[in-house]
Design a protein around this ligand. Sequence first.
Ligand SMILES: [Zn+2]
Ligand SMILES: [Zn+2]
Length: 403
Amino acid sequence: MLGARGRPSLPGSPIRQRHRRRVAATPPLTATPSPHACQPPQVNPGKLVSSTSPTADFDLLSQQGSELPVAVLWHTEISSILDSLKLVCLSFCGSCAWWHLLFMEPKNELSNSNREIQGSATSSKTTKDLEIEGYTVGGLSIGGHETCVIFPTLKVAFDIGRCPPRAVSQNFLLISHAHMDHIGGLPMYVATRGLYRMQPPTIIVPISVKEDVERLFEIHRKMDQSELKHKLIGLDVGEECYLRKDLKVKAFRTYHVIPSQGYILYSVKQKLKPEHIGLSGNEIKNLKSSGVEITYTLTEPEIAFTGDTMSDFIVDENNTDVLRARILVLECTFVNNSITVDHARDYGHTHLSEIISYAERLQNRAILLIHFSARYTVEEIQQAVSALPPSLAGRTFALTEGF
Ligand SMILES: [Zn+2]
Ligand SMILES: [Zn+2]
């Protein structure tokens, strides 16, 4: 997205205008021209942070160790786009005499003061994340409207009906099928990451739609004249790929009215072989240096996401890992007797009564129900979940964000 004269245009032009007025009144912003000024400065977020209130519009700081003056921006609109845990700053470029909106990803080694600011920003959020089995889960899901389920600690989003702001900061996007309420936000997701100079995302789609998705991006590139950088991977059922060395994804079969698949995220850990447990550090070191393989790889299903499907995936004998994943994110479009199971199946969806009848097969420690029909109120959904039998009660949650 480029504005006049090819310069980056920021979303929400009033922000830019307000900022430019502020720039004109602030003497230190006559930055030294630098040949590298158009590059995001190498900033350690720990150095940059001040005690800026999240409610303040702008605070201008001198950036230590850089020729560039930097403005730290805590504007609720922008920060919500990038995720509340992002630092956003404006940097004046001496070469092109323009302000660049930059972002910096929070790092694990952030200073305490940085964490305090993050905490303040988090508390200003309006979305209600869930904490399930050690994972934070966000996003929203309304059948036929939009679904995007986010695991921010893994940087993974499943499906992207409309591209909610927080999806933009997820590096990996896994798409279950091409219904618009699950894929409609894909170009916007890629474009917005490009706008903020974030790394090109990795997007996984069913292999059957990969070529069409490529064509979709070609058309958008032609119309938009932007690069829309991303890495697109087509996965078939049963295929897997590594997102990181300790995290891999595998596609599994689901049963919908168009080609579809779910995904299992596996944690991958190196563990000491049982026969070596109890040995001293030196003994282990000696074994290792003598060429003995002392570890084995432990792969465990952590999260399974179904996307839209009939309940048939539960009895698919190839889907045992889905049923033993720590968390199962499970489509449940219909929750009470106002809609029959036959009706749910006609549209390729799952009815809560089917989940109840299959409860014993679901070994998952937690089940997150999503994709409720828009015909329901939050109260109706909660009522249905609170009436679940003991086999599901206490481990079943409902994603009602957006209703
Ligand atoms: Zn759907
Ligand atoms: Zn669908």
